[in-house]
Design a protein around this ligand. Structure first.
Ligand SMILES: *Cc1c(COP(=O)(O)O)cnc(C)c1O
Length: 383
């Protein structure tokens, strides 16, 4: 029964290929892309270059590798890159950025992840500048911004920093893992967004529902260099057409779905905001990500998500008291409602039996001591 299934809200990376996508994979015309002969990959790259209005595009295994290759193209070891502390390139990729890129991350600490000319100027002014010391050579932006609940980087804000960056001769790389979510929510085209960045990366393996891959777009020269580093980093492609066919199918057919994901996110946020120990800023739910605060439960997000897993809802513990939920094509109104009800029931139980230990935490985890409870199978009955 639908409601007894695990509702997976950890990420939109859990989306699965549909029959139509699998059919596209089956019919893929493949070749060895080590010789740039994989027809499906060439078609995908061509399609994406046009979609973003750039000279060239490169298929690559992941968003992370795409960012890392881009950083490597723009910098020399010891150079400085400017970005917000909340961005994936710092939050999750600081290791590879320092290890592979060997660059210094000059971090801005904005309140919402939206870099401004002022914040960039400040980051530059924070350090002594002369020929003897390292220089910033790249600005990175993220759109949508994961840490800030899928926040959209406004086009106007991007334009401003783009003009400043051009004056300073600094390129802009846009980590657009979920850029199409921003496009769907704002009606700004991918081409418009990309015109204010020198390179853009996009993930096919998230809301778009493909099993694998990202695209990196930019100038002919930049992509030629990027192909070298993709190879150096061990990401060279061979019969990539099976994956490219899925990605091409995704970008041609699945963009519309993102609007539904956004509606479901707003609905889910409103439902869980009714729970008195949970705090969601509804205005901040702009796309398909919901960040909610559970500090009132006096429990770590890690423990909370473990308990919710035993109760059929998978969530992602973002930080100590912040939990992330992401909507995607695997959800329906019904199972999103069911997930919200499950969360509500568990929160109520945890609140009612609250027992604060010496460490100030709620030590009452009744559900963790038993096997998963069989909860009501019928959503309607529980409403
Ligand atoms: C998911 C994500 C990535 C990384 O993508 P992978 O394919 O998982 O490596 C990079 N940046 C942002 C903003 C993301 O959300």
């Amino acid at each position: 029964m639908e409601s007894e299934k695990l509702i997976d809200l950890r990420s939109d990376t859990v989306t699965q290929a549909t029959i139509e996508m699998r059919t596209a994979i089956y019919h893929a015309k493949i070749g060895d892309h080590g010789y740039e002969e994989d027809e499906e990959t060439l078609a995908l790259e061509d399609y994406c270059a046009k979609l973003f209005g750039k000279q060239a595009a490169m298929f690559i295994s992941s968003g992370t590798m795409s960012n890392q290759v881009a950083i490597r193209c723009y910098t020399k070891p010891g150079d400085e890159i400017i970005l917000d502390t909340s961005y994936h390139i710092n939050y999750f990729e600081a290791g590879p950025t320092v290890d592979l890129g060997k660059v210094y991350l000059n971090l801005c600490h904005t309140h919402d992840g939206i870099l401004t000319v002022e914040s960039i100027k400040q980051a530059i002014a924070n350090k002594h500048r002369s020929q003897l010391y390292n220089q910033p050579t790249l600005i990175c932006v993220e759109n949508t911004i994961n840490t800030f609940g899928g926040k959209i980087f406004p086009l106007n804000a991007l334009k401003k920093i783009y003009h400043f960056a051009k004056e300073k001769n600094l390129p802009i790389h846009m980590d657009g893992a979920r850029l199409l979510n921003a496009c769907v929510a704002t009606s700004v085209t991918p081409l418009e967004y990309a015109s204010y960045a020198d390179s853009v990366t996009l993930c096919f393996s998230k809301g778009l529902g493909a099993p694998y891959g990202s695209i990196l777009v930019g100038t002919q020269r930049f992509i030629a260099e990027a192909k070298k580093f993709r190879k150096w980093y061990g990401g060279g492609l061979h019969q990539s057409g099976f994956m490219a066919a899925a990605a091409l199918y995704a970008i041609q057919h699945n963009i519309k779905q993102l609007a539904i994901d956004h509606q479901l996110a707003k609905m889910f946020a409103a439902l869980i905001n009714e729970i008195n120990v949970i705090r969601v800023d509804l205005e901040k739910v702009e796309t398909n990500i919901i960040m909610f605060d559970i500090s009132k439960l006096k429990m770590d997000a890690n423990d909370f998500t473990k308990i919710m897993k035993l109760n059929n809802v998978l969530l992602y513990p973002w930080s100590k008291h912040i939990v992330r939920a992401v909507t995607h094509r695997g959800h329906t109104e019904q199972n999103i409602t069911y997930a919200a009800i499950q969360i509500s029931k568990i929160c109520e139980k945890l609140e009612k039996n609250k027992k604060i230990g010496k460490d100030g935490k709620n030590v009452f985890y009744p559900i963790m001591q038993k096997p998963a409870e069989k909860l009501s199978a019928n959503v309607e009955n529980t409403l």
